[in-house]
Design a protein around this ligand. Structure first.
Ligand SMILES: Cc1cc2nc3c(=O)[nH]c(=O)nc-3n(C[C@H](O)[C@H](O)[C@H](O)COP(=O)(O)OP(=O)(O)OC[C@H]3O[C@@H](n4cnc5c(N)ncnc54)[C@H](O)[C@@H]3O)c2cc1C
Length: 392
């Protein structure tokens, strides 16, 4: 297929997930000519659960203890990111079905509660507003939790939104700002010229003055083709959704030790996920559902909230998350002027619009209002990353 309407653009944004859509819209709003290219693959943004995360997820801390320092550096961005979702919703006149009704991380044992005590102490030092609830408090605040709940950490500025609605409304807004959105257009390779870039795409060649890679798990190969290093890993994850039920669960619910997030959308449906793996065959672009994750994830949900038992699961799906080192990678790539990375970091849907705005600010020479150093791609020049590159 050779169907690009133009062969030249000022900025090419690669990847039309939450980050690419927002970023392309912001740049167009600032007067740039933008083409947004997407392969139409298995994007995290179309698979995600719509949880707005703020407190550190125990899942990440358990699975990737070496990345906790990275999570901690990015932690102050999360409450700002939730506020920014609200600001963005207002600014574009959308309705994301957003509710900031708090998030509970539930402990079943005194040991797990002790983990939450330590975690909350550290989070307070880093500026988060969190509190600990004992069993008696939980019976008042979250009566839907089962008898196993021993206590919980409450983070008031966590919440939820409807990602399908968000994606559709943000896409329409980006198009209304003048972004040319090209679907089913895989960028195979990038070549840095002086100046500008040549892109080889499945719809033919394209020249761009600047390029933003917002391609999630696809970013690593794209950057490598331009002799840049961005060690994004793909993480295939499982999700479930139930039929609609009367209002039951107010909070975003997680567990202090086990992988789960669950919450009830304004449709009444309960979305259950939180890090159970999906299957990804080597070389495959699409992950597939693993029945063991379906059973494990749903059983745990029912154990935590017994009133879920009669509800039918009406859909399950899998998506590809992207991970680096616990932090986003946001900004110009070292040694390749005009090539920008826009990888949001963990719980990247929560961070999507804010991190997109930060990169748009950097590209426009505006003050982003936050210290961008922790997210700089410069850190990838360090020796341990270079060793990883040599081994990959
Ligand atoms: C199942 C699941 C549940 C999740 N739940 C949550 C949640 O509840 N809350 C939360 O905050 N986060 C959640 N996440 C994480 C979050 O969804 C991601 O971090 C976020 O969506 C990343 O957005 P993105 O725009 O950077 O990348 P993506 O959404 O992955 O988009 C990247 C885009 O790039 C395109 N692309 C890739 N390579 C190429 C190429 N070579 N050429 C052209 N296009 C290309 C892909 O087709 C894709 O559309 C979840 C992730 C998964 C997988």
């Amino acid at each position: 297929m050779d169907g690009l309407a133009r062969r030249k653009t000022d900025v090419a944004v690669i990847g039309a997930g939450i980050v690419g859509l927002c970023l392309a819209g912001f740049l167009a709003q600032r007067g740039r000519e933008v083409m947004l290219l997407d392969a139409g693959g298995s994007a995290a943004s179309t698979a995600n659960a719509g949880s707005l995360h703020v407190q550190m997820q125990s899942r990440f801390m358990r699975l990737f203890p070496e990345r906790v320092a990275g999570f901690e550096q990015q932690l102050p961005l999360y409450p700002q990111a939730v506020d920014y979702w609200r600001e963005f919703e207002r600014a574009i006149g959308a309705d994301f079905e957003m509710k900031v009704s708090g998030g509970l991380m539930v402990a079943e044992t005194p040991e797990q509660f002790e983990f939450l005590v330590t975690k909350s102490r550290r989070e307070r030092e880093l500026g988060l507003s969190v509190e600990l609830l004992e069993r008696a408090d939980l019976e008042r605040v979250a009566p839907y939790l089962g008898p196993a709940a021993f206590g919980a950490e409450l983070c008031a500025n966590e919440g939820k939104l409807n990602p399908l609605k968000c994606n559709a409304q943000i896409r329409a807004w980006a198009a209304s700002q003048g972004v040319t959105i090209v679907d089913r257009c895989k960028v195979e390779r990038l070549q840095a010229n002086t100046p500008g870039f040549s892109l080889a795409t499945s719809q033919g060649p394209l020249d761009a003055r600047e390029v933003v890679v917002a391609a999630g798990p696809g970013a690593r190969a794209l950057m490598a083709s331009a002799a840049a290093f961005l060690p994004v890993e793909a993480e295939p994850l499982h999700m479930n959704i139930t039929e609609a039920a009367p209002p039951l669960i107010l909070h975003l619910v997680q567990h202090a030790e086990r992988s789960i997030t669950l919450k009830q959308l304004s449709t009444g449906q309960v979305v259950i996920g939180g890090g159970w793996p999906a299957k990804l065959a080597p070389g495959a672009e699409y992950p597939v559902v693993d029945p063991a994750s379906l059973i494990g994830n749903v059983s745990l949900a029912q154990f935590m909230v017994p009133a879920l038992a009669p509800l039918q699961i009406i859909r399950t799906w899998a998506g590809l998350n992207s991970k680096v080192d616990g932090r986003g990678v946001l900004g110009e790539m070292p040694g390749v002027p005009g090539l920008y990375a826009a990888i949001p970091g963990d719980a990247g849907y929560t961070l999507g619009p804010l991190t997109a705005r930060l990169v748009a600010d950097v590209m426009s020479g505006r003050d982003p209002g936050v210290d961008m150093q922790p997210y700089s791609p410069m850190r990838l020049l360090q020796e341990d990353w270079q060793a990883a590159l040599a081994a990959s």
